[in-house]
Design a protein around this ligand. Structure first.
Ligand code: OGA
Ligand code: MN
Length: 202
């Protein structure tokens, strides 16, 4: 398994200074390709409309998001290389930033043409369980006209901070409580593997 220590230093530094980080090609291309192949091999029936809100008041709201997701298990050997990186990063962020990241949950997300995810925050301060969001994009041949950008807003919601193309192998990592963000309507099918490091707060 690769040693990601230099990359992890970069991520820790970026999270500490600006709260987010964009990595291109963090994983080997063969790994990204295998993940996309796995995602596409999943039966359409396994993709469920994603929910919003808290677990106990789970609701599907097509006005807010229209992507479809399939949760993944950390013991799935098809994701071993991905989870190795995720675990090295978890340990590194805990060592350098004392984040106390405890576990990680993730799902594939599929946005058909026309899909979007309106502005939202991944974690609410009162709840404080999701600490760090990660998104790995799996879109070969993404075109500039395809839309589907991730738009990050300033933490005080004063405007757009940056717009990010969901390019193949690109990974975006950000502090979950800090950044309102949205997925602009995509004109092309859009694939990603999205996850969250969580802290253990009973
Ligand atoms: C999410 C999300 C962003 C993206 O799933 O919570 O904000 O670029 N995804 O896919
Ligand atoms: Mn989000």
């Amino acid at each position: 398994m690769p040693d990601y220590s230099t990359t992890i230093e970069t991520v820790a530094d970026a999270l500490a200074t600006q709260g987010y980080c964009i990595l291109d090609h963090v994983l080997a291309n063969t790994v990204n390709e295998a993940l996309l192949g796995h995602c596409k091999s999943l039966d359409q029936a396994q993709f469920k409309p994603a929910g919003i809100g808290r677990a106990t008041h789970h609701q599907h709201n097509q006005q807010i998001r229209t992507d479809q997701i399939v949760w993944q298990d950390s013991d799935n050997p098809l994701l071993a290389a991905y989870f190795d990186w995720i675990e090295q990063l978890r340990l590194g962020l805990n060592r350098v930033l004392y984040l106390g990241l405890f576990d990680y949950e993730c799902h594939y997300a599929y946005y058909p043409a026309g899909a979007f995810y309106r502005k939202h925050i991944d974690a609410f301060k009162a709840q404080r369980n999701r600490m760090v969001s990660t998104i790995l994009y799996l879109n070969p041949a993404w075109s500039a006209e395809a839309g589907g950008k991730l738009i990050l807003y300033h933490p005080d919601d004063s405007g757009v901070l940056t717009r990010i193309e969901p390019l193949f192998g690109r990974m975006v990592i950000f502090l979950s409580e800090q950044f309102p963000h949205e997925v602009a309507t995509t004109r092309q099918e859009r694939y990603s593997l999205t996850g969250w490091y969580r802290v253990n707060r009973g």
